[in-house]
Design a protein around this ligand. Structure first.
Ligand SMILES: [Zn+2]
Length: 425
C-alpha cells in the first residue's frame, strides 16, 4: 500500500525553542515526514496539551499560547474590506518574524509539501467582548458565547475569506486547513441522573441552549423561508426546562429525560428542532462554499482541507457530507492513542468510517495518530494499521511538540509493519 504523505504540524515557538532544522531532521528520520505545516493562527491553550511538561523542548517546560494570534505577516490588502484583522503576537520572541515563511523555506529545501492551519478560534476574547461583540454568537436568551463568532454574520464571512485568500495568495503552500469551532453545541449532557434518556437524546435537546440566535441568524433564517419566531418559541420552551424554577417547562423536560423516548421520536415530534439543526448545517456548508470558491480563485492549485476534530460534528452544525463537497481533503483529528486505552481504538475505527461514509472513497483522507502521553508505541502502531484498514491516504502526526521519542520512532516502524510505503505521485 502507498500513502502520499506523513504530515507534521509545528508551532512558531517550536521554531524558536528547538530550531526548524533540528525538528525536521528528527521528523524525517523517525517518522518519514515529508509534509509540514504551521499552526498559523493559534487559539489560547497550554502546550503541551495532554501532559504536564514538554518531553524534548530544551528551553522550557510549558508554554501558554497567546489567544488567537497570527504567526505570519498578514497582507493589508487582503483585509481592506474586512472590519476584523488578524491579531499579531505580543511576545517579543515571536514578533517581527514571518514564521510561516521560515517553515516553508525549510520544508521546501527538503522537498516537502507545506501548509497552514487556521485553528479553533479566529478572534481573541479581548476583542470579542469589546469592539467585535456584535459578531459573536448568542444563545436563545440573547447572551453572547465568549469568543465564538457567528458564521451567518457578514463581517465574519468577509474575515474568513480574507484569512484564507491571504494565506493562499501570498505563501507557497499546498494546503490550508481549519478546525474552526462552529456553532456553540449548548449542553451535551443533562445535569441530573436520568435512567433511560440516551446520551443522544440529551445532546439533541441540549442544542436548544447552543448557538446561534443572533440578528444575523434571524435574517439568514428568514431568507431561507423559515418561521424563525415559531422555531425560537418552541425551542425556548425546551431550553427553559433546564431551569427548575420554570416549573412547567422543567417538569416537561424531566418527564422526557425519564422516559424511553428516542432522539428520532423527538425530531418527529418537534419539527422546529429539526429545522434549527438543518439551518445550522446549511449555514456552515454555505460559509465553506464561499471560502472554497474564493480561495480557489486566489490559487487554483490549493488544497482546502478540513481538520475534523469533533466527536459529534452535528452538534456544532457541521454536516460532513455537505461541507465535504467544499473540501479537497479531510484530516481526521482522532487521537485515540493518547487515551492509553486499547478499547478506545475501536472508536477510532468507527470515527474514520464515519468520515469516509460522508466524503466518499475518492477524496484525499488523512488520518492522525497521537504519539503523546498516554500513548504507547504499540498503540501508535495499531493506530497506523487501523488507519490503513480504514482507507486513509496519508498519515498526520498530532503533535510533534508533545511527542515522546519512543512513540515517534514507532511511526516509522508502524508504517513498515502495516506494509505502507510513503511515495508521492
Ligand atoms: Zn448567529
Amino acid at each position: 500500500m502507498y500513502w502520499r504523505e506523513v504530515v507534521a504540524s509545528l508551532y512558531a515557538w517550536d521554531l524558536v525553542d528547538e530550531g526548524l532544522e533540528h525538528m525536521l531532521d528528527v521528523l524525517e528520520r523517525e517518522t518519514l515526514t515529508n509534509s509540514v505545516y504551521l499552526v498559523a493562527l493559534m487559539h489560547d491553550e497550554k502546550r503541551p496539551l495532554t501532559d504536564f511538561y514538554y518531553p524534548h523542548n530544551p528551553r522550557r517546560k510549558v508554554y501558554w499560547t497567546e489567544d488567537s494570534r497570527a504567526y505570519w505577516k498578514p497582507n493589508p490588502d487582503s483585509y481592506k474590506h474586512s472590519r476584523i484583522k488578524p491579531r499579531l503576537s505580543d511576545n517579543e520572541e515571536l514578533q517581527g518574524h514571518d514564521w510561516l515563511q521560515e517553515l516553508i523555506d525549510g520544508g521546501r529545501k527538503r522537498g516537502m509539501t507545506t501548509g497552514a492551519e487556521l485553528s479553533h478560534t479566529w478572534l481573541d476574547k479581548e476583542r470579542a467582548v469589546g469592539e467585535f461583540q456584535d459578531v459573536v454568537q448568542r444563545d436563545i436568551y440573547g447572551k453572547r458565547f465568549d469568543q465564538q463568532i457567528c458564521f451567518n454574520n457578514p463581517d465574519v464571512r468577509t474575515y474568513g475569506i480574507a484569512l484564507y485568500t491571504d494565506l493562499a495568495a501570498h505563501y507557497d503552500i499546498d494546503y490550508v486547513m481549519t478546525c474552526v469551532r462552529g456553532f456553540n453545541p449548548g449542553r451535551p449532557t443533562s445535569p441530573s441522573n436520568v435512567p433511560f434518556a440516551s446520551n443522544e437524546l440529551q445532546r439533541l435537546v441540549g442544542i436548544t441552549l447552543g448557538g446561534c440566535f443572533c440578528d444575523a441568524c434571524e435574517r439568514a433564517a428568514k431568507k431561507r423561508g423559515l418561521d424563525w419566531g415559531a422555531i425560537k418559541e418552541r425551542l425556548r420552551w425546551m431550553a427553559d426546562g433546564y431551569d427548575r424554577f420554570n416549573a412547567r417547562q422543567a417538569f416537561d423536560l424531566n418527564l422526557l429525560f425519564h422516559s424511553v423516548q428516542t432522539a428520532t421520536a423527538l425530531l418527529a415530534e418537534v419539527p422546529e428542532l429539526y429545522q434549527f439543526l438543518k439551518f445550522r448545517t446549511d449555514s456552515i456548508t454555505e460559509f465553506f462554499g464561499e471560502i472554497y470558491a474564493a480561495v480557489h480563485k486566489a490559487k487554483p492549485s490549493i488544497d482546502v482541507r478540513l481538520n475534523h476534530y469533533a466527536g459529534f460534528p452535528e452538534l456544532m452544525g457541521l454536516d460532513m457530507k455537505g461541507v465535504g463537497q467544499f473540501m479537497d481533503s479531510v484530516r481526521s483529528s482522532d487521537y485515540s492513542e493518547q487515551s492509553g486505552d486499547p478499547a478506545r481504538m475501536e472508536w477510532k475505527r468507527g470515527y474514520l468510517h464515519a468520515v469516509r461514509h460522508a466524503i466518499g472513497v475518492d477524496k484525499y483522507f488523512l488520518s492522525a495518530i497521537s504519539p503523546r502521553p498516554k500513548a504507547t508505541p504499540e498503540l501508535v502502531k495499531q493506530g497506523i494499521l487501523i488507519s490503513a484498514q480504514c482507507g486513509a491516504d496519508a498519515l498526520t502526526i498530532g503533535h510533534y511538540d508533545g511527542s515522546w521519542m519512543n512513540c515517534l520512532r514507532a511511526i516509522k516502524e508502524g508504517l513498515e509493519e502495516a506494509g505502507v510505503e510513503i511515495r508521492r505521485g
